[in-house]
Design a protein around this ligand. Structure first.
Ligand code: ADP
Ligand code: ZN
Length: 530
């Protein structure tokens, strides 16, 4: 057994070295590969970027026959296959983007035993012709990527995945490996049950990155805040700054350069040559900062990235985790820093509403955003919240390495403040033809006679000046948190604030609103009750 194990391991390792050019396995990779090469089933939970692909690619290459990879990401198949071919791996795919001749060629290669890997969309396996084709070939392993798609109550449920349960019946001797980066404990069990893999060995990598310090600060002057953070804590360090738009990437990179930080921009609007140059400088040089849109970082493996900074809110916790995860691959202390404010919430909610996609797509985007907002607004350990999102438990209630653990935020009873905001929104909603955003509401609460307040007679409203106990920054914090908690919503292109179904519970005093204090020096301490 140990001899066989050693032989399997060395062949896998040889493949890792020779074909992929990597020195050693990461984390559970070696154990997973050894188990599958030896014919065992496996369910693998690993964070994005941890290296799931090799877990099935190497068994597919080492075992005789073709490895069949089921993946819903049709758009990526061509790239994946091209990348493998460039390494000398015989790979192909069958999906709906191909014409008849292309498919015929791949089928012929499969039957001739000339493929190490074949990528298939899940719907293909509901077609008897495909199953028949596979029956005539020699299959080495079935890999089911994005296996959480089988979970019926999940965000990404794909009915086609349910049909994959027949693989074990039809090919009882072919090992199966199911992989995912997103699985709560419940979906983990659902994967095993629905794919009928009772004998599978489970590999669950921890999503914790203990050397990364998570911090989320209120945004007021983001570029300046970033500069202070860099100068104080990461002077001369390599790092990545993420911005949402190309324009803000350019501006931020310029601002950092003007202030003595070696920084270059990276986004899809730059020509390919510039992008390649900036990327290779980042990999080779010490202490370069890349300011980028999320286009940057895929497949970049630089071990000594000391910080990842976000100047805009990521769209999902997965995205945030993946982007911040580029920091500290060498295990040394690193920082994930983000500036986040009211405008982020307004903008993202607007983008979801005005964006493309059907209702289901928008609902999914909204729920991704809600999870991200919960992470931003939590008064508990960020790490625990992050791990909880991926269905894992933190080792301690207090990690000692995130801002909320290092400097616990105070919370206060914001019910009355919330009622003041919501009643102002109610009054403005009566003026059907006019649309007002957060700025006007805060001006009214603070009793400011701005031109716009006077123009619309808002100084005559009963709510005018009823919010003088809080500062503008604090009111922005209140509005932001109400938006984050779904007690307030935005509408239309101007970000008009409107009530939600749950706003009434606050106005009717059936619901208490807990808010976290804004860490910026409050002019007056928030009162528990007005
Ligand atoms: P996942 O599918 O888990 O998101 P990938 O399989 O795409 O991750 O791998 C992420 C990156 O890590 C890829 O660039 C891959 O080549 C690299 N990688 C994977 N395993 C290793 C390893 N053992 N050594 C070095 N790099 C690796
Ligand atoms: Zn913590």
């Amino acid at each position: 057994e140990s001899r066989v194990g050693a032989a399997v391991e060395s062949e896998a390792l040889r493949t890792l070295n020779r074909v992929f050019g990597y020195e050693s396995f990461r984390g559970d990779q070696g154990a997973v590969i050894e188990h599958v090469v030896a014919g065992g089933d496996a369910v693998v939970l690993m964070p994005t970027g941890a290296g799931k692909s090799l877990c099935y690619q190497i068994p597919a290459i080492v075992r005789p026959g073709t490895g069949v990879v089921v993946s819903p990401l049709i758009a990526l198949m061509q790239d994946q296959v091209d990348a493998l071919r460039a390494l000398g791996v015989r790979a192909g795919f069958i999906n709906s983007t191909q014409d008849f001749d292309e498919r015929r060629t791949v089928e012929a290669e499969l039957l001739a035993g000339e493929l190490d890997l074949l990528y298939l969309a899940p719907e293909r396996l509901r077609v008897e012709a495909t199953l028949d084709l596979l029956s005539r070939a020699k299959i080495s392993v079935f890999a089911i990527d994005e296996a959480h798609c089988v979970a019926q109550w999940g965000h990404d449920f794909r009915p086609d995945y349910l049909a994959l349960s027949m693989l074990g019946e039809r090919w009882p001797d072919v090992p199966r490996i199911a992989l995912t980066a997103t699985a709560t404990r419940v979906t983990h069990r659902e994967i095993t049950d629905r794919l009928v893999m009772p004998k599978a060995r489970h590999f669950e990598a921890s999503f914790d990155r203990p050397n990364i310090q998570y911090r989320i600060v209120p945004k007021n002057d983001p570029k300046k805040q970033l500069l202070t953070f860099l100068k104080d804590e990461h002077d001369g360090d390599a790092g990545i700054v993420y911005c949402l738009s190309r324009a803000s990437v350019d501006k931020t990179a310029q601002y950092l350069s003007d202030n003595g930080v070696a920084a270059v921009p990276y986004h899809a609007g730059l020509d390919a040559g510039t992008r390649a140059r900036h990327q290779s400088r980042f990999l080779r040089e010490d202490g370069l900062v890349v300011v980028a849109t999320i286009a940057f970082g895929m497949g970049i493996d630089k071990p000594d990235v000391r910080f990842v900074a976000h100047l805009d809110l990521p769209k999902s916790v997965e995205g945030y985790y993946q982007e911040t995860g580029r920091a500290g691959r060498d295990g040394l202390p690193s920082t994930a820093w983000m500036a986040y404010g009211l405008q982020d919430v307004v903008q993202q909610r607007k983008m979801i509403q005005g964006g493309e996609g059907d209702e289901a797509f928008r609902r999914r985007a909204a729920s991704h955003l809600d999870s991200m907002l919960a992470l931003c607004e939590t008064a508990e350990c960020r790490r625990a919240q992050l791990l909880g999102y991926f269905g894992q438990e933190a080792t301690a209630a207090n990690c000692g390495n995130c801002d909320t653990c290092l400097n616990p935020p105070e919370t206060w009873d914001g019910t009355v403040a919330a009622q003041k905001v919501l009643s102002t929104v109610v009054r403005l909603e009566r003026e059907r033809r006019q649309k007002f955003g957060a700025g006007q509401i805060i001006d009214i609460l603070l009793g400011r006679k701005t031109a716009k307040v006077i123009q619309f007679d808002h100084d005559a409203l009963s709510v005018f000046g009823i919010g003088e106990e809080l500062s503008e920054a604090q009111w922005r914090g209140v509005v932001r948190q109400l938006l984050a908690q779904g007690l307030l919503a935005v509408e239309g292109e101007y970000g008009t604030l409107v009530l939600t179904e749950t706003s009434g519970e606050v106005l009717g005093r059936q619901r208490e609103v807990r808010l976290r204090s804004e860490p910026a020096k409050p002019e007056r301490a928030p009162r528990a009750r007005a």
